[in-house]
Structures are given as C-alpha cells and as structure tokens.
Design a protein around this ligand. Structure first.
Ligand SMILES: Cc1ncc(COP(=O)(O)O)c(C=O)c1O
Length: 387
C-alpha cells in the first residue's frame, strides 16, 4: 500500500520499482520489466551503469558539496567537455530542466533590459513543454499545465510549432528571443521540418532575437547526435539541457554562445547545489561514456531499426495515424486515446508512456540492442492491434 505522506501530484502509481540493471527494472514483487522509457528520457546509460556507479561512489567519498563560493574540479571538467563537444562558450549548472530554462529566460530578459527594452518578450510554441516553475509553465504551450496557477508571468507569446510564417508575421519590438524544442517531447514527439531550426536561426539573425533551444529531452545523445541542433549546421545562442545529462543525478545546464554568453554577470544568478561535485562528476562520466562507447550512434541505428520495425508491423493498422521519431525518441500516434496501453504494456513486462492523450512514446536507453528493440516492437504492436 503506497503511503499518503507524499503529495498526490502524480495520481495513482501502480508499480513500486526497487532495482535496475541495464535495460531492465524490477518491482517489489520480483517482476522484471524491459525499460522503454528510461525514467522519461533520463537513463541513457541504462540502470546501475558500473562506470557511473564507480565515479559517483568515489566522488561521494571525496567531496560532495562546498557551495559555489569555491571552484571544484568536476564542474570545470564537465563544463570544458560540454564546451568542446558543443561549441557553446560558457554555461550555468542547475539542478533540473526547469531551472536550466529559468536561467535561459533570465538571459533573454536581461538581454532585452540591457538594450532598454522594458517588457522583453519570449516567443514559445503551442504544444511545447518547458517545466513546472512559474516562468517555465507560463512558457509552456499547453493550457492544462497552467490551469489553476494564475497570475501567470508577463512576457510570453505563443505561436504554432513548425510554422515559420507565423513567426515571420510577428511585429513586436519587445520580442527578444525564441525558446523552442528541436523535437517536441511531451507535446507528442512532434518532429518539425528538416530545415526548421535553420529557418529559425535565419529569422533570429534578421530580427536580433536570441535562438534558445530547449534540449532537456532531445539532448545527451537521445536523437542520434549529442545535441539535436548538431543535426543542422546552426549554433543556438542558448542551449538548455538536463534529463540524460545526469542519467538520474539531478543536474541541468544552461549553455550560452556569442552575445548571450556575456549577459549574466556576478550577482545575477545562482543556486546553492547547482553544479556540485557529485552531480558534475556523474554527468562528466555520462557524457564521456556516451561518446566513448558509441552510444549516440547506437541511438541513431536502433532508432531507425525501431521505426522500420513499427512501420512493418503496423502497416495497414487503421488505429495508427502516424509513426515518427528521431533517434531513440519515438512516437506512435493513434486515432484514439490510448492511456490504457501503459498498464497493458507493464502487464506484458514493458514500461512505456503515453503522451498528448493518443501518442505512445518510447524513450528507451541508448544501450538498447536490436534484440531489445525486437521485443519492444512485438509487444507494442500487439497491444495496439488489440486496443
Ligand atoms: C523539453 C523539456 N523541457 C523542460 C522540462 C522540465 O524538466 P524538469 O522536469 O527536469 O524540470 C522537460 C521535462 O519533461 C522537458 O521535456
């Protein structure tokens, strides 16, 4: 019986998970599950990765926390690695994705204030998800996330995702930035046109706006590049990430480039825990392992394998509206609500998620093999046929 001492913000949770190893999780009844969700795009290395466990165990016995009044080696090492791999100039470490976006929003606002813009305004997209803090839920393009939390913040306007013309039509001198996901995750694994980011970059350059990419879900190898913008030739001004960066350790990053990298100055932002030695040593190990073990390429290969498999298995299935994805971020949109598939999949020993009401979302670990993928394809296809 689950305790009532936890606030009921997540509704009823049927499973109590007690252990993980690789692509598998076990519940308190000893049942094993194939994990096709990775703690919602977090555990790219899978569970109980020995290299990560060793790195954080050693760091825990060396130095956990000293505050940001001092330099520590793990945060510098992680920042240097991320800079080398992304080309971004500098970064701020936070404890979560929403906080990474808060830093981005503050950069955009200060970027505007510094130019004398009184009400700096950020454009975000309908269907987007940027977090649950007051600023990030205001930025989010989903009314359900905002319901009951007025007054919201000023300074956000929303347009349709993947619609460059809607952006071009905006005539508002208060606009300072666009905040956008390269693939919308919570919004239903929406993959935009191939040239969307390139067009956004061009428009931002023309208008003097910052291009801020929310790669909290798409980052850290998930789409088949370390960060999704690396599928294109562009550089963002601001790049936020979290989730897969820590593989379960609470860390986010707000990275900045060019003019955006000079905006925040001493006293403008902070976090007591942000970037502490434990999480940074862990995140460094995560990124090194993703790069050294070829897991980013694996995300691309297994992602295509899954898409091909689902297209084959579900061909002609009337309940399937669309199968799409990038790397190991896959959505199967159905013509009907399908939340019940989550429980049915768990019964069959597979953990999946349903988002946007009618889209089966698969976010398996980046260590997923073809054999694991075959199981995912077989179970999910059968469940959809039986729905
Ligand atoms: C694109 C995106 N941005 C922001 C967030 C919020 O991250 P967190 O839950 O770590 O605050 C999420 C979480 O799902 C996300 O998918």
């Amino acid at each position: 019986m689950a305790t009532t001492a936890l606030m009921n913000t997540y509704g009823e949770r049927k499973l109590t998970l007690v252990k993980g190893e690789g692509v598998y999780l076990w519940d308190d009844q000893g049942r094993r599950y194939l994990d096709a969700l990775s703690g919602i795009a977090v555990c790219g290395l899978g569970h109980s990765h020995p290299g990560l466990t060793a790195a954080i165990s050693e760091q825990a016995g060396t130095l956990l926390h000293v505050s940001n009044l001092y330099n520590t080696e793990p945060s510098q090492q992680l920042a240097d690695l991320l800079r080398a791999e992304t080309g971004m100039e500098n970064m701020f470490f936070s404890n979560s994705g929403a906080e990474a976006n808060e830093a981005a929003i503050k950069i955009a606002r200060k970027f505007g204030n510094d130019q004398g813009i009184q009400n700096p305004t950020i454009i975000t997209m309908n269907g987007s998800f940027h977090g649950r803090t007051m600023a990030t839920l205001t930025a989010t393009g989903n009314p359900k996330v905002k319901e009951g939390f007025t007054p919201l913040l000023e300074g956000f306007i929303h347009v349709d995702y993947n619609d460059i013309d809607a952006l071009k039509a905006i005539d508002n001198s208060d606009v300072v930035a666009i905040l956008v996901e390269p693939v919308q995750g919570e919004g239903g694994v929406k993959v935009p046109a191939d040239d969307y980011l390139v067009q956004l970059r061009e428009l931002c350059d023309q208008r003097g706006w910052l291009l801020m990419l929310d790669e909290i879900q798409t980052g850290n190898g998930r789409t088949g590049e370390l960060y999704a913008f690396q599928h294109t030739g562009i550089m963002p001004d601001v790049l936020t990430t979290a989730k897969g960066l820590g593989n379960g350790l609470p860390i986010g990053a707000c990275m900045a480039y060019g003019k955006a990298a000079q905006v925040l100055q001493p006293g403008n932002h902070g976090s007591t825990y942000g970037g502490n030695p434990l999480v940074c040593q862990g995140a460094y190990t995560v990124i090194r392992t993703l790069l050294d073990d070829g897991l980013i390429a694996n995300a691309k290969t297994i992602g295509s394998y899954l898409l091909d498999g689902f297209n084959r298995e579900l061909e002609g299935e009337a309940k399937v509206q669309n199968i799409r994805g990038k790397g190991l971020m896959i959505g199967i949109e159905l013509t009907q609500p399908c939340a019940e598939l989550v429980g049915a999949a768990a019964e069959a020993g597979l953990l999946i998620n349903v988002t946007a009401g009618n889209t089966v979302r698969l976010l398996p670990p980046l260590i997923t093999t073809e054999a694991d993928a075959d199981q995912i394809i077989a179970i999910v296809s059968q469940l959809i046929r039986n729905l």
